[in-house]
Design a protein around this ligand. Sequence first.
Ligand code: DC
Length: 240
Amino acid sequence: MSRDPIIAIDGPAGAGKSTVARHLAQHFGLLYLETGAMYRAFALKAILSDHDFDDSVALERLARDTEIRLEADRAGNRVYLDGEDVTERVRDSDVTQGASRVSVHPAIRKWLVDLQRNLGSKGGVVMEGRDIGTVVFPDADVKVFLDASPEARSQRRYEQNAQNAAVAAGAGAPPSNSDHASISQELRERDRRDRNRANSPLRPAPDAIVIDSTSLGLDEVLTRIEDLVRPLFFTEKAAK
Ligand code: DC
């Protein structure tokens, strides 16, 4: 092997990719890279500069004037848009929907895929996204497609959001049921767009291991993937 290992974790929103990818990176001492944050940062740029998500020509021009940078830290990734830390802002719902919409444009994908290949070229990474195993690194050493039922995924997103909101507000008030309904609706819309776009649609690579986590706990999912990754290393970092 001429480079260090590359682990690709792909799948739909809410399947648990980030949690799994972060744990794996920590366990094996690899760099964790969350490619969705790059599409999110560009969507934010489009919002801030009042661009239409569907105008591919204008967005391509905007991309030439945009700098996106990912930095790995202990908690995950920090994302910088034109030098400004936008890590928290890119989690908002307008950016989430926008990311799915700007990501259909081939020129935007090519730009960000090139950046991602550059970041991962030396290996030693767990890269998470939608097209890592199919397009970004088709020669990745381990490819996992993590899936779960739409109901399980929206439930997890709802719980995650409630937890984040409680931390932010310093109180335990969960979002209302209508939040639950809108999360579920947003997720379905994003699923449809991510799976049906002409360029690099979300689908498992032919050689990906598909794991359905609907009724699996995090530990079970991690054990399965660690078993796939372990043979690539002679020694592992001890901590999990
Ligand atoms: O993983 P995420 O939810 O942060 O991704 C946000 C959007 O970005 C997702 O709906 C589709 C797009 N995306 C993509 O097209 N390709 C990737 N490798 C990662 C994300």
